[in-house]
Design a protein around this ligand. Structure first.
Ligand SMILES: Cc1cc2nc3c(=O)[nH]c(=O)nc-3n(C[C@H](O)[C@H](O)[C@H](O)COP(=O)(O)OP(=O)(O)OC[C@H]3O[C@@H](n4cnc5c(N)ncnc54)[C@H](O)[C@@H]3O)c2cc1C
Length: 416
């Protein structure tokens, strides 16, 4: 008979890996969490949505996070020079949580690793190395990596969880195929000073001449990201820094911010990030977080997916980690990723905000008001993450974006 999983090695102490280590450590499993020492100067994934807050409470870090973060009460979308839409989380009907935070990721990740450690997990401060067992789709820790955790675990791990993020260590090692999304954007990101906000604390999404930008207010500075077609942004310079600085100067929408962003950090570049691995569970290994799949930066779904999938995986492992429970974990995460993927597509093709325009236009009739009332319960709940695992809410967003636009052409609000 198969032994239940008791000893787990988790590669990567990002939000997904640390949260899993907390859940498993708390339940008494032996957990080694590999935390690579070197980090980039700044890390993406700074804007949370309300559905992440119950996870912060469960992890016991909300008070600590509040102290070093900015309070985020909503999202402001600059769709055109004369169309700005601000969503208040407090206005979402039947919302369970009415706020979120924008977090400096260095401090946030440190808080998470600390609670993982307090729960009993051992932090192994080194880069884990994985090796493929020849002729199979099994992986092991290299001798050096195993030596760092074997005493604590009391033997080799029963399971390796790869939570190394976009490094995609295990999918690369095993040549696991991935499904790539349709977008071929490049995201460039830095922290800046002198960047204004329309609504304090909100994440700001601006529809640019080409692509879109984010403004995420952090204490004393602003995270500014540009998400632009890879071929277009290349024309703005050789290096990432040139492309970023030149595009910020070039775009007429950014010119309307009123003051030029003053860059405070190097520029980080991301491309080909819309990837979902087609297989997330194998013989002695599981993928978690971005290593399993990531959809897109818009709507800030990444950290919710990281926490939600860590919790699901812990439930599967605490029930013994058998194939049925691991399959249920994989199916859940895959369908959650699909919901975000479909919703995000409707941001890019212009349907999402066209639907809001239509909603306002039909407010003058009683049937229109009734439909709108119903939609306003479900659609914002998908965006706050509280409804992104509800089949009905997710279906309704997709259905209305496809069929509910009446005669309106969504191209006018598409991302160019
Ligand atoms: C451009 C962009 C913008 C984004 N903006 C947002 C946002 O605003 N809000 C949001 O919610 N999400 C956002 N995301 C997504 C978010 O960053 C990720 O979904 C989230 O960080 C995933 O967490 P993770 O733990 O899976 O991976 P990560 O956060 O990447 O953590 C993985 C960790 O593993 C470590 N690691 C890697 N290899 C090894 C190894 N061999 N040994 C030891 N450690 C290792 C890494 O150093 C890292 O610390 C964005 C993503 C992109 C690309």
């Amino acid at each position: 008979m198969r032994r239940p999983v008791r000893r787990v090695a988790i590669v990567g102490a990002g939000p997904a890996g640390s949260a899993l280590a907390f859940y498993l450590g708390r339940a008494g499993l032996r957990v080694a969490l590999y935390d690579r020492k070197s980090r980039p100067p700044i890390v993406v994934g700074e804007s949370l949505i309300p559905a992440t807050i119950p996870f912060l409470r469960e992890l016991g870090i909300e008070d600590e996070v509040r102290r070093y973060s900015t309070l985020k009460n909503g999202a402001t979308f600059v769709l055109d020079s004369d169309e700005v839409r601000s969503f208040r989380f407090a206005d979402v009907r039947k919302a369970r949580t009415r706020y979120a935070y924008n977090v400096p990721r260095d401090l946030f990740d440190a808080s998470l690793a600390k609670v993982a450690e307090r729960s009993g997990a051992q932090i192994v401060r080194q880069t884990a190395k994985l090796e493929r067992v020849p002729g199979s789709d099994r992986v092991t820790l290299s001798a050096e990596s195993l030596a760092a955790c074997e005493d604590f675990l009391g033997g080799p791990p029963d399971l390796i969880v790869e939570a190394g993020g976009r490094a995609r260590l295990l999918p690369n090692l095993l040549d696991l195929p991935s499904e790539a999304g349709r977008r071929k954007d490049t995201a460039l990101f830095a922290h800046c000073g002198g960047v204004p906000q329309i609504v304090e604390g909100d994440v700001h999404i601006d529809r640019l001449e080409r692509g879109w930008s984010w403004r995420i207010p952090l204490p004393g500075k602003m995270s500014v990201g540009l998400v632009i077609d890879g071929d277009v942004i290349k024309k703005f310079g050789e290096s990432s820094a040139e492309q970023y600085d030149n595009y910020l100067q070039h775009d007429p929408v950014i010119a309307r911010w009123g003051s030029a962003p003053r860059r405070l950090t190097p520029v980080l570049k991301f491309s080909a990030y819309q990837l979902v691995t087609t297989r997330a569970v194998g013989d002695g290994w599981v993928l978690l977080g971005d290593s399993f799949g990531f959809v897109d930066p818009v709507f800030s779904s990444g950290l919710l997916l990281a926490f939600d999938s860590a919790k699901r995986l812990s439930t599967a492992l605490l029930s013994g980690g058998g194939p049925v429970s691991l399959r249920a974990y994989e199916n859940h995460v895959r369908s959650h990723l699909r919901v975000w993927h479909r919703t995000i597509e409707h941001f890019y093709n212009g349907r999402f905000f066209t639907l809001f325009r239509v909603g306002q236009a039909v407010q003058t009739t009683t049937p229109g008001r009734l439909v709108n009332f119903h939609l306003q319960k479900h659609i914002p709940r998908v965006i706050t993450g509280e409804g992104s695992t509800s089949r009905y809410s997710a279906w309704l967003v997709d259905f209305m974006c496809r069929r509910g636009l009446l005669e309106n052409d969504p191209v006018a609000l598409a991302i160019r």
